[in-house]
Write a protein that binds this ligand. Structure first.
Ligand SMILES: [Zn+2]
Ligand SMILES: [Zn+2]
Ligand SMILES: [Zn+2]
Length: 306
């Protein structure tokens, strides 16, 4: 079968099962492995009335936020940002990363979203960068090509490169902040960065000629490759939660249900490769684990994919 090439950075597995959310979840270890920005775009366009409703709501938030900003009320601004992000994910549940799987993680996630927006607005150290970004934006040049209005590559790429570097820099801070330690566990930096980048890519792709769009996808890390693979052996099984039929590839520990967006733990124990003792599978099966009986390190999934 021909599939889009996604390799799990945690366990090395390719993506096998079909998916319908923009988040690609590993069929072997259950971790969030990548973002498929084209699906993100489909979600946005699937219901015009929903997107319109969202835009109206967003407009109200923006007005209030603007007010608080002009009054210099940073705490209120931040609290309203939390409300805004909550609103956003209530309207577009598909955009919530599946690894944000409980209330505690959701809270951390909203806090960070609010914090980063507030920081970008109030923190003086970003002022120069924001100014630079605006400058790049004001220098964008438009022309008509391939039957549509497009932005010229010459004016676009300096802005895109600057923005990507800017995002990377702003992320570093959050990921080294003790308050957000939990973040590393459920939303690794590289995936989070891709999430942000994917909205940027979605916005600009329609305004680029094909050749530039290609170059842009490459730059943002979204260049999609396809590979031909044999469907691996496995079995069918119903989702524990919603009874949807799932394909469980052989050697898998956790399979994500695209229907109810929950992880199914497929195997809860494994036999140590050295002493044969029965151990419990850790929460993240992609991490090497020491046998409780003999101490030998076991890699549960990696050996399957060299
Ligand atoms: Zn994996
Ligand atoms: Zn399900
Ligand atoms: Zn052992």
């Amino acid at each position: 079968m021909r599939i889009k090439k996604f390799i799990c950075y945690n366990c090395g597995a390719p993506k096998i099962n079909e998916y319908k959310s923009p988040y690609v979840v590993c069929d072997y270890c259950g971790s969030l492995m990548d973002i498929d920005y084209t699906i993100g775009m489909d979600v946005w366009n699937i219901s015009g009335s929903r997107t319109l409703k969202y835009q109206k709501g967003k407009y109200k938030f923006e007005n209030k936020l603007q007010q608080l900003l002009s009054q210099g009320k940073q705490t209120e601004y931040q609290n309203l940002q939390i409300e805004y992000w909550d609103y956003y994910y209530k309207v577009f549940p598909e955009y919530l990363p599946p690894s944000v799987s409980n209330e505690a993680k959701y809270k951390v996630y909203l806090d960070i979203a609010a914090d980063s927006s507030t920081d970008a607005t109030f923190n003086k150290s970003w002022e120069a960068e924001n100014k630079k970004l605006n400058e790049f934006q004001s220098k964008l040049k438009y022309t008509v090509a391939e039957g549509k209005s497009v932005v010229t590559g010459e004016s676009f790429f300096p802005m895109a490169e600057f923005y990507i570097a800017y995002l990377k820099k702003s992320f570093k801070g959050f990921y080294s902040d003790e308050r957000y330690k939990l973040l590393n566990e459920f939303l690794p930096e590289q995936i989070h960065l891709k999430m942000k980048l994917s909205s940027f890519v979605q916005i600009w792709i329609p305004y680029l000629i094909e050749k530039d769009a290609d170059k842009f996808l490459e730059l943002a890390g979204f260049k999609q490759q396809f590979i031909e693979i044999e469907k691996p052996p496995g079995k069918e099984q119903d989702c524990y939660f919603c009874k949807t039929n799932l394909f469980i590839p052989e050697g898998s520990y956790q399979v994500y249900c695209e229907n109810c967006m929950k992880l199914n733990a497929v195997s809860s124990t494994f036999k140590c490769k050295s002493c044969g003792g029965e151990n419990s599978v850790p929460e993240n099966p992609a991490k090497p684990i020491d046998c409780v009986f003999c101490g030998t390190e076991n890699k549960l999934i990696r050996p399957l994919f060299g």
